[in-house]
Design a protein around this ligand. Structure first.
Ligand SMILES: Cc1cc2nc3c(=O)[nH]c(=O)nc-3n(C[C@H](O)[C@H](O)[C@H](O)COP(=O)(O)OP(=O)(O)OC[C@H]3O[C@@H](n4cnc5c(N)ncnc54)[C@H](O)[C@@H]3O)c2cc1C
Ligand code: FES
Length: 1317
């Protein structure tokens, strides 16, 4: 049937027959881009995209894993398309060479420099996103051998990484750029990070080796590429070009080869869609009307791929992809007179930020125009620019305008069902014409616009009198809307302030947005309407050579000037070269991450008889379960059984939480039952058929509700220091205020996954699970099955990101799969899809804090009374610990002499919130810093002064009377002031703000005292098992789990030092309850340290045992001495006594400081992170590359919490942000343009192994420096506008909050016309 060449992951696909029957056509294969890609991959005989590709696509956001397509049609220039595999209909791949990550390189054959550089530059942590990064750069380099930095960053803008903070990824690929970048020789033999230039203590040796590596890469790279091409004989066959037909039971896919044929087919099947990129139609596949019996695929039609420059403008084929359009415009603009290119420049600006590169590479211009999505960015500008659609049908050709009537779908202005768009004419602009495009999204790139606009004005020659005006907006209605009537009224007016004022009023009247408009943010969206209009007004004025304070277009070139820098540490010059401790050793699995060979749960091959599982979850926040009807579900073909609470032989969960809801549901998303079937599709189909009847109960959803109903999870936690009443009495002033903070999704890229395999004997079970706490999984599964723990073997090779979200929850998923396996006697796999994972699991606790602070005129805080509340959700989970940590850590770096803190964990009917990196400190820290800012505002003192005045000094005691020395806190603070050049940059920021009205800069420096570890000894225990085999090789196992934090790499470094053998002798296999029992959870920044002690102990015992043998044979080698085994465990002792309000709550403190500078656009609320400098007291780092990676990754996650990530719930308690479409984590465009991380030199930590410190969480809170820098910028805007400065900004500081806080005439206009709201 098909010719399929499968060679190392590079496939060429030609369907030889012109009519092909497939069991499944492979169309609409998945639930959106996140969905299950399995349908066509698994069902078709030609599963040519590697399973890895499928897996990553299924679980990922705008999925980072791409295949790279190489269409080799004779009529198109060869172009390589990175693609989202879940949106690719298999039939569209005829004539394409498909390369997957395996085709790029593998350990078995040869790794590609793209893979090697990423691994060696520490660009992967958990590794789950890594193959996607590789594929994106691979596709880029196939199209552009020497890309610019802008192209490199663009290529990555559709990929998400939750671990790294992107800096090392960009660094590793900067070496491919044509510009001189970091670590490339500048002809001087010096690296830009050399000591002399930046005064940092980087290891020159490491740099030199790096440069050598890069040289080597370039050679091998060029060699590798030559081999990848489409077979010539296939190109010849393709040139014969016949119509291809693919039929399945329901759908026929026809790919004609000529326009004539296409038009005949369109006449015959007028309802048939033309599918090109499938990025619009593919998204609707779950809709009832999404079924199409016939689909036409016009990609092979030459007329639809044209590009020509005509007298009227540029003509682009409708089947050209948006990336092609961008490249064409980039090449063409410089060749044309500037006045002719205004619309092209505006289009280019939109194309730079529209979606990610994978979507731009597949989505077609025709598809974009015809699908007319409300937030589609090109339609407003194409319409404003009077673009023309060249249509054809079997009746002939005609042209229509792509105008507002067409976009509104008016019959007289629309294309006929028989017609197709062959190409689009985008006319030149003229001298007297101005055209601009605007868009504002939640995130700068890879996010749908909240509002976009296309605006055009034509003046009477040589005047400022309006002859023609077009204003179109997207994101407001169901499609692009035109302010046509307003424009008509403004014709003949002059371009001046009166006209602007009239225009704003008219537009607000004409473009209506009711208060209940879907998408919410009504005031903000209405403000954007006039803000964009004003920006256009300014740009045109500028064009008319009038004096203005303009918002420069350079504002949008966010990442083009990216400078990153991370400073490694020197090791002792006397340290043996073989000893890897303290050196930036590559992640143990780094290469496997990049080649896609690293195995996650979903990569484990299906086992014999394996079943899939789908769960049925509650749709009510609080209700009694009246009945569960599974009868219809059991009728679904392939469904084997339905599992409910009744099937649990032992305990259904733990004392706090049920695995299956039994009589009552307490949140939306709670699991009620599970359907097991032969395939996942069948299981999901079965789950849909389960009918549950509820009896509603009153839910409690918010912190406010909980306070009202006195609904709490634990007793109040309280700490007091000094005499608070006296403190307030002695203060000059007292202020009171509040802070609200939203929660945060973990958004680990590997969703919760478990595979349970019952063994043949003694009811034993193997549980392969993505968890941070294998012991809890073992315990809960054993108790659910009424077995002893010794029957349950838990295995965790690696976890694709966790961040605290996989401490408690995986145990429940494992129980569900295990009960199903127990009932059916067959292996069961349960891998959650992204939306289910987000629905079922909670995240970081939303926070509400009330403060009362008494202070002196000189900024000294005399007393503070804090009330802290968190929304714990429906069960206890980790909420008790989180509120305790908030109470214990809320002082951060400040010595408040009289302090009272009270903490409450609220019980509500939301999914139970759980542990998250920082365990409450990110909330507590933001809260106290908000108080500091409030004091600084009231006293009029610089913020950094108020911070310094109140910071701990010398040896001190915390509120819980723990002694510590603040010396390193001050060292970090001072070092950060110097490294960031804070004072002179602050002056420059002020100068900038004086000169700019609509753009403001802000700068903030934040100190940090972070307590590492847990407040109970129990959590600080670990075990290790070290085997030495007869051949001298060593196998290390321990209780810690690899979450991407590089724990195993560090353990191998430690074993290498202790046993005095090279790293190559040592291997780590997996974390398993069979080798190291009773492991504690890997979290709290101490996972590495406590396990390291255990590994060290074990190695030292072995080394001692070898002593007599070594003495007997001192000249012998390691292999001659070796014997075998040891077990060890040891940990920190901590405890906190809440009765006496004192204790040794944490093993030690870690200090840091960060300075961030931002720039905000007061008109839209957009901000860019200009620069961040972090100084962290990591003491002696066991692996500085890994630790810097942790600091950067945590920092960017913090930036996400404080500025970007927002969770919405419906009034009924249903989470609405369940996908990467609606929930935005930081992408590559969100990192600071200059990002510097320094480890504080000459610091030590006597209680930790090799004097190291755990840095896994601490960097997170430093992300708040961006929050306070934005606040600083907003304050500058408000000051200029004469607005009060004691305003409160809640978190996250989204574009909407920033814009609305920069209150001005436009925000007022929106409220001046309230009748429209
Ligand atoms: C993850 C994601 C992110 C996105 N982000 C953005 C964004 O930020 N900004 C933005 O503007 N857009 C965004 N989009 C939308 C994207 O621009 C459109 O989906 C895309 O342009 C549609 O093109 P297509 O080739 O994939 O259309 P298809 O899905 O293949 O087809 C769409 C429709 O167009 C019709 N059609 C296609 N070609 C023709 C033709 N020549 N003649 C007549 N009818 C035709 C088809 O019949 C079909 O009804 C995003 C999409 C996705 C999936
Ligand atoms: S390394 Fe990128 S998501 Fe973990």
């Amino acid at each position: 049937m098909t010719q399929l060449q499968r060679k190392y992951g590079i496939l060429t696909l030609i369907f030889e027959k012109t009519r092909v029957h497939l069991d499944v056509l492979g169309f609409f294969p998945s639930r959106q881009i996140l969905g299950n890609f399995g349908t066509y991959l698994k069902a078709l005989p030609i599963a040519f995209l590697h399973k890895k590709t499928a897996k990553q696509t299924r679980n990922n956001p705008t999925p980072p894993i791409k295949s790279c397509l190489t269409p080799q049609f004779s009529f198109t220039p060869q172009r390589h398309h990175p693609a989202n595999s879940c949106l690719l209909p298999i039939s569209s791949l005829h004539g394409a060479a498909v390369t997957t990550v395996e085709g790029v390189g593998s350990i078995k054959n040869r790794i590609n420099p793209i893979q090697e550089r990423l691994a060696k530059c520490h660009g992967s942590q958990c590794g789950f996103c890594t193959p996607g990064m590789v594929m994106s750069i691979y596709a880029l380099l196939r199209n552009h051998v020497k890309p610019s930095m802008e192209q490199i960053i663009s290529a990555l803008d559709g990929n998400l990484c939750r671990c790294t903070g992107y800096r090392p990824i960009i660094d590793s690929y900067a070496s491919f750029a044509k510009e001189q970048t970091c670590c490339q020789l500048r002809g001087t033999g010096q690296c830009c990070l050399d000591q002399e230039e930046l005064g940092c203590s980087s290891s020159a040796g490491v740099r030199v080796r790096y440069i050598e590596l890069i040289k080597l890469f370039i050679l091998t790279f060029l060699k590798t590429y030559k081999s990848l091409s489409f077979p010539p004989q296939r190109i010849v066959q393709e040139q014969q070009r016949k119509t291809l037909i693919f039929c399945s039971k329901r759908t026929t896919w026809i790919s004609p080869s000529t326009l004539k044929e296409l038009l005949e087919l369109k006449a015959k099947y007028p309802k048939a869609p033309l599918v090109v990129g499938n990025t619009s139609l593919g998204l609707k596949k779950n809709d009832c009307d999404a079924y199409h019996p016939v689909i036409l695929h016009p990609l092979r039609i030459p007329e639809m791929q044209v590009f020509s420059i005509t007298d009227d403008g540029i003509v682009i084929g409708a089947a050209c992809c948006l990336a092609q359009l961008r490249d064409i415009l980039m090449e063409t603009i410089p060749k044309l007179p500037e006045e002719k290119t205004k619309i092209y420049q505006a289009l280019l600006q939109q194309l730079r930020t529209l979606a990610g590169e994978q979507i731009r590479s597949m989505a077609s211009l025709g598809g974009h125009v015809v699908s007319r999505g409300s937030a589609w960015d090109l339609n407003p500008i194409l319409s404003a620019g009077k673009s023309v659609l060249n249509l054809a049908s079997d009746g002939g050709k005609r042209q229509i305008f792509l105008n507002d009537q067409f976009l509104a779908g008016h019959k007289h202005a629309d294309i006929e069902p028989k017609e197709v768009i062959v190409s689009v004419l985008i006319p030149y602009s003229t001298k007297d014409e101005f055209i601009s495009a605007f868009r504002q999204a939640d995130r700068q790139k890879n996010a749908f616009s909240i509002v976009n606009a296309g605006l055009r004005v034509l003046f009477s020659p040589g005047t400022d009198t309006i002859v023609d005006l077009s204003i179109l907006y997207g994101g407001i209605g169901s499609t692009t809307l035109s302010a046509r009537k307003s424009c008509e009224k403004l014709i003949g007016r002059q371009w001046n302030d009166q006209m602007l004022s009239e225009a704003c009023k008219l537009v607000l009247e004409e473009i209506s947005l009711p208060p209940s408009a879907s998408g919410g943010k009504v005031e903000y969206r209405r403000t954007l309407l006039v803000s964009f209009l004003f920006r256009f007004y300014l740009e045109v004025l500028h064009g008319l050579h009038q004096m203005i304070k303009c918002v420069s277009k350079a504002f949008y070139n966010y990442c083009s000037d990216l400078k990153t820098h991370s400073c490694l540490q020197d090791v002792d010059p006397g340290q043996s070269p073989q000893d890897p401790v303290g050196r930036p050793v590559m992640h143990q699995s780094g290469i496997k991450h990049t080649t896609g060979e690293a195995v996650y749960i979903d990569d484990i091959r299906p086992v014999d008889g394996e079943l899939s599982l789908a769960v049925v979850t509650s749709v009510k926040a609080h209700a009694k379960i009246k009945s569960i009807d599974i009868s219809e579900a059991l009728q679904v073909p392939g469904v084997i059984n339905v599992v409910t609470a009744k099937d649990v032989p032992g305990k259904n969960g733990n004392d706090e939480e049920e695995a299956f809801a039994k009589d009552k549901v307490i949140c939306v998303g709670q699991i009620i039952c599970a359907v097991v079937a032969e395939t996942l599709t069948q299981a999901k189909c079965g789950a849909k058929k389960v009918k549950i009847a509820y009896e509603d109960l009153q839910p409690v959803l918010t912190i406010k509700d909980a306070i009202k109903h006195n609904s709490y999870i634990t007793k109040e936690r309280k700490l007091e220091k000094g005499d608070i009443e006296k403190g307030f009495k002695s203060a000059d002033k007292i202020i009171e205020g509040e802070l609200h903070m939203g929660g945060q999704e973990h958004f680990y890229l590997e969703t919760n996954s478990v595979l349970v395999i019952p063994r043949m004997e003694d009811k034993e079970m193997d549980v392969y699970v993505s968890t941070q706490h294998a012991t809890d999984v073992q315990k809960l599964v054993a108790s659910a099955l009424n077995l002893q723990s010794n029957k349950i073997m838990c295995h965790t090779k690696r976890v694709g990101g966790a961040f605290g979200g996989k401490i408690t929850k995986p145990s429940f998923f494992a129980v569900i799969a295990a009960v199903a396996a127990n009932k059916t006697g067959r292996p069961v796999r349960f891998a959650l899809e992204r939306d289910m994972d987000m629905l079922i699991t909670g995240g970081r606790h939303p926070f509400f804090g009330k403060y009362k602070v008494g202070f002196m005129k000189d900024g000294r805080i005399m007393a503070a009374d804090f009330q802290c509340y968190i929304n714990g959700g429906c069960t206890k989970d980790e909420s008790e610990l989180v509120i305790e940590y908030i109470v214990l850590k809320v002082d951060n770096a400040y010595n408040i002499p009289n302090l009272r803190v009270r903490g409450h964990a609220c019980k509500t009917n939301l999914p139970s919130n759980t542990a998250f990196r920082g365990f409450g400190f990110p909330q507590a820290g933001l809260f106290v810093e908000t108080c500091i800012v409030a004091v600084a505002t009231k006293t009029g003192l610089p913020h950094e002064k108020v911070r310094e005045i109140n910071m701990y000094k010398g040896v001190n005691r915390t509120a819980f009377k723990e002694k510590f020395d603040a010396e390193n806190l001050w060292k970090c603070w001072k070092e950060c002031l110097v490294k960031s050049d804070y004072h002179s940059r602050k002056t420059k920021v002020e100068e900038f703000n004086r000169k700019n009205y609509w753009k403001k800069k802000g700068i903030a420096i934040i100190p940090m005292k972070f307590s590492v570890g847990f407040n109970a000894t129990y959590f600080h225990q670990a075990g290790a098992l070290v085997h030495i085999y007869l051949d001298g090789s060593v196998l290390v196992t321990h209780g810690g789990i690899e979450l991407g934090q590089g724990i195993h790499t560090k353990m191998l470094q430690i074993a290498s030092r202790e046993l005095k053998i090279p790293l190559s002798y040592i291997h780590f296999c997996e974390t398993s309850s069979t080798t190291v029992p009773n492991g504690k959870y890997t979290a709290g920044s101490v996972g590495t340290e406590i396990n390291a002690r255990a590994v060290q102990d074990a190695c030292q015992i072995l080394w001692k045992r070898l002593d007599p043998i070594r003495r007997k044979n001192p000249k012998g080698k390691w292999e001659d001495w070796v014997s075998d085994v040891s077990v060890s465990s040891r940990g920190y002792v901590t405890d906190m006594n809440w009765e006496s309000k004192k204790g040794h709550a944490f093993p030690y403190f870690l200090y840091g400081a960060a300075c961030s500078e931002v720039e905000i656009d007061c008109l839209t609320g957009a901000h860019k992170n200009i620069r961040t400098d972090i100084v962290m007291d990591a003491s002696f780092s066991i692996n500085p590359a890994i630790d810097i990676g942790q600091i950067e990754g945590a920092f960017i996650q913090g930036v996400g919490l404080y500025t970007l990530e927002e969770i919405y719930f419906s009034p009924e308690g249903e989470q609405l942000t369940l996908s990467p479409d609606t929930y935005k984590i930081p992408a590559v465009c969100d990192i600071p343009e200059q990002f510097h991380v320094y480890l504080l030199p000459n610091s030590c930590n006597s209680i930790a192994i090799y004097s190291s410190k755990g840095v896994g969480e601490a960097g997170f809170f430093l992300g708040s420096s961006v929050f306070f820098a934005i606040r600083d910028a907003v304050a500058a805007a408000r000051k200029e506008r004469g607005l009060p400065l004691d305003f409160t900004l809640n978190s996250p500081l989204t574009v909407e909050r920033i814009r609305m806080a920069c209150d001005d005439i436009f925000t007022k206009m929106v409220t001046v016309f309230p009748f429209l709201l």
